[in-house]
Design a protein around this ligand. Sequence first.
Ligand SMILES: [Zn+2]
Length: 432
Amino acid sequence: MTRNILATVALVILGACIARAGQITVIHAGVLIDGTSDTPRRNQVIITKGQRIESVSDEASAKIPEGANIVDLSHSTVLPGLIDTHTHIFLQGEVPAEGGYDIQLLKYPLAYRAARATVSVKRALDQGFTTLRDLETEGAGYGDIGIKQAVDEGIIPGPRLFVVTRAISTTGGYPLEGYAPEIDVPKGAQLIDGPVEARKAARQQLEHGADWIKVYMTHRSWIGKHGELVSQPTLTLEELQAITDEVHGWGKRVACHAYSGIGLHRAIEGGCDSIEHGLDLDDAAIAQMAKQGTWYVPTLAVYYGDWAPENTPDGQRDRKRASVHEESFKKALKAHLKIAFGTDIGGIPWTEPIAQEFSYMVKFGMTPMDAIRSATSRAAELLEQQGQLGEIRAGAFADIVAVDGDPLADIKELERVRFVMKDGKVFKGEAK
Ligand SMILES: [Zn+2]
């Protein structure tokens, strides 16, 4: 009897899998921005089968399979699912009135943080972000691996995740800070001193499933004697090289937080694959990044809100950061650096629109189409997922979103995503 029940259950599950694998959906796209082309195309038909896109063709020549699900987006602009390459699903803003950063590590149980991370990933998916590179858990250990597993198994809705686990910095190079020296407080990253500890931390994180490794190459920042932005370097070149050597040997990549100066130059020299923030990119840094093909993930928007009062050292530093950042972004555009979309959301509350970053990119001189590509095909290239993600073309994963208006005319349209498909499954919106 038990055996019969088991056999029946197995058959039902198998049947569901087959149905899922073969499910066909036909999307009528009024305008299609495919993630790679320079110009949109009108009246396109996208056919998805299971998790993948099977074909993309003109409405006139499309063969519509019988019995398919039909999604009418003929009055919408259809794009590839968006990719944010710099998020923190375990961080819930750093608003001082809510206890800032520290309370999250000191007072929130891990299960509570995981529950909120579950909400974060759902919010990202609802806003059309079907892939995230999540750049560390801020003291929540390997929690990102668990959230990723739950998403992959379909237990919770969320984007596909590329995760880094704990991140690496040095003693004196990451919060929590400012407590009595007699008290042991948790740290938001794994702290190392010396190349041996550096390599070991990378190995531990990779062993437990990190897709990327994140390194903090600068920490505090302030205004220097000549009015310039100064940032404190953290890892030595030798420490960083131990990490990049190890990680590259595993066929994986290293993302480096770096603001300016010594730490930024060590990051580029030491083989970081992406520079995060890069607030003050001097000419030598830009030249070396261009030569090495180093990615730039600027995360602009996060530096334009929440400034300290103007006549305080912190307030002046915040304003300086923003002004040099704008210049760096413009110089990076001119030098044709490889730029990927990233927001640092989590550092800002998850209630803010992720897509607000696009407005800053466009305001500082990027074309709307390039801004879209930075969050689709170019971000996929950073993740070594070319042809799989960030494109609407046959063979790619069926990660597809839509907005009502024209994002090339008003980039803010991307803050109003109304349809979301991931892996061929519709998570938001129906036909109009
Ligand atoms: Zn960050």
